[in-house]
Structure formats: C-alpha cells, structure tokens
Design a binder for this molecule. Structure first.
Ligand SMILES: Cc1cc2nc3c(=O)[nH]c(=O)nc-3n(C[C@H](O)[C@H](O)[C@H](O)COP(=O)(O)O)c2cc1C
Length: 286
C-alpha cells in the first residue's frame, strides 16, 4: 500500500475483531516504524507488545484498576487545559464518537462506560506500550511521537488498524508495576491494534481536519497571494501599510511583492487590494 493510501485510510479504530495479526506482519510493522527519525538518532523508544493470554490478564487487571476510580498517575503531565480551537476540536471529536454510539449528551454513565473501553483495548488482540528514556525528557517524547505515527502508518500499510491511547499512559504507575518496567523508562502512549470491526458503529465516523491554508504560511509568498486582488492577478495593490513597533509606512500603487521587500522581522502587514480588504499577521513576522 502506498504511503498516501495509508495516510488517507488510517483512522482510530475503537472496536476490533479478535483475529490476531500474524507475527510476521507485526515484525514488518516494527521494522518499518524503526526507521523513524529521532534527535541525534537516539531512538529512545522501546515497545512492549502484549498479546494472547498475557493480554487477557493485563486487560482484566487494567480495566478493574481504571474502573475502581484509581487516581491518574502519568509519567508525562497531561494537558492542563484545552482552550479555543483545541477545545472546540476536542468537543467535536467527542460528539462524533458518542453520536456514533447513540450516547446522548446527558448520559454521563454511557460516556464513562465507553471511556473505560480504552482499558479493554477496545477488544484488540494486541496492545503495544511505547516508553521513552527518562533522561531525554520532552524531546524523547517527541521522538516517540514520530515513532507512534510511523507505527500506525506501517500498520495500515499491512492492512492492520490501530488506535493510539494516551488513556493507557494515564495509568503509567500501574502499568510500570505490572510489567516491572525499569525505572528509567517513561510510558508515552499505548497502541491497540488488530483488525477493525468495520460493521461496528464506533468505527463509522471520520474526524475532520482544518484546511492546510489555516496552518501553513509561506513567507513571504503566501502573504502576497493572500493580499493580491485575485481579479487583478499581478496587478497593483491600492494600498499596503506596514506597522512595526509603532512605525507605520504607507505605500500605495505598487505591487505588493516589491512593497514587501522592506519588511524584515517583526512586521505586521495590512493590505487593501482594490476590492478586498485583507489583514494578515504572519506568525513568522510578529
Ligand atoms: C497522542 C494521542 C493520544 C490519543 N489517545 C487516545 C485515547 O486515549 N483514546 C482514544 O480513544 N483515542 C485516542 N487518540 C486518538 C485521537 O482521538 C484521534 O487520533 C483523533 O481524534 C483523530 O482521529 P483519527 O485518528 O480517527 O484520524 C489519541 C491520539 C493521539 C495522537
């Protein structure tokens, strides 16, 4: 399977068939994920794959632990709060999840029941626990994140579905004790994997992504393209002003690209094409 196809067809599966993934396929996924980049090639990830009877014992014990209301005990702090777009997107993906299962907003018990399915690995026949080197701190976590992404794509390319689970990392203390993890390992994330039960409603929705234009800025050319009046491609812009630390320069009647050249760092741009007023603050410039 091509990378593009793997990227396009991967989704977080939350119901799996019990069919195990052949050992050779798991090994292939691990071989591919192992090619991940890491800072100074430190490769700080270690991955513990749990399957079969060992997984059944772990599933029962972890589910009971989480259901008992045990206090979270993550190795890496969880996000302090979600605000703005992050909050809106978090709510949206929760709504999609619960709607797919017919769990209504007021049904707190239903939502809690579904959340606890994390600790049953959503019925998956395999769980992977990815740990980092404690000495590498945040950057070890970044390297492991790259590994986690590669793992999910390598899995998809082998026809295997997966879901990343920070929920498992929330009980790092329990998991550390259960497996006797060395003290210098930090649990970053879990992955449940296997073959999605495609008939299950929880696997029926797909999450949305913001358009690329809202996250990527080309400097300076995106600014130029945004500020141009499309009806007068390459034509002059009526007025462009630069504001930098109180300095305001107004240049009129010239193409934006030539007006832009005086802008170094720390410039806020405001432009008025003949028919479209545009304001753009570049994160690279302010
Ligand atoms: C670091 C990380 C942790 C996640 N933890 C969980 C989790 O604990 N439980 C869960 O059901 N999904 C978890 N997810 C899956 C996300 O909810 C999912 O990736 C996101 O909603 C986008 O949907 P998609 O993966 O279907 O494209 C996690 C994803 C990431 C990247």
């Amino acid at each position: 399977m091509e990378l593009e196809q793997a990227l396009s067809t991967r989704f977080s599966a939350r119901s799996f068939t019990p069919r195990p993934v052949p050992r050779a396929d798991i090994e292939r996924i691990l071989e591919l994920a192992q090619k991940s980049a890491s800072w100074c090639n430190t490769q700080p990830w270690q991955v513990l794959i749990v399957s079969g009877d060992a997984l059944e014992r772990f599933r029962t014990a972890l589910y009971a632990h989480a259901r008992s209301g045990a206090a979270p005990n993550p190795d890496f702090p969880f996000p302090a709060k979600y605000e703005g777009e992050a909050r809106a997107r978090r709510v949206r993906c929760g709504v999609q999840l619960y709607e797919s299962l017919g769990i209504v907003r007021e049904d707190r018990a239903g939502a809690q029941r579904q959340m606890l399915e994390n600790f049953r690995f959503f019925g998956a026949p395999h769980a992977a626990l990815v740990t980092s080197d404690a000495n590498l701190g945040f950057w070890g976590g970044v390297d492991c994140g790259i590994y986690l992404g590669a793992f999910t794509l390598a899995a998809r390319s082998a026809g295997v579905d997966s879901v990343l689970q920070a929920a498992l990392a929330n009980h790092a203390g329990f998991i550390r004790d259960w497996f006797g993890l060395p003290p210098d390992r930090r649990l970053v994330c879990g992955i449940s994997f296997g073959y999605a039960d495609r008939a299950h409603p929880v696997n029926s929705f797909r999450t949305e992504r913001a358009p690329v234009a809202t996250v990527a800025t080309y400097q300076p050319f995106l600014l130029v393209s945004r500020i141009f009046d499309p009806s007068r491609a390459n034509g002059p812009i009526a007025k462009v002003s630069f504001e930098s630390s109180g300095l305001s320069v107004v240049a009129g009647g010239s193409a934006f690209s030539s007006v832009f050249s005086p802008g170094g760092g720390g410039v806020r741009l405001r432009g008025f094409a003949s028919s479209i007023p545009c304001t753009k603050t570049s994160p690279f410039l302010t």
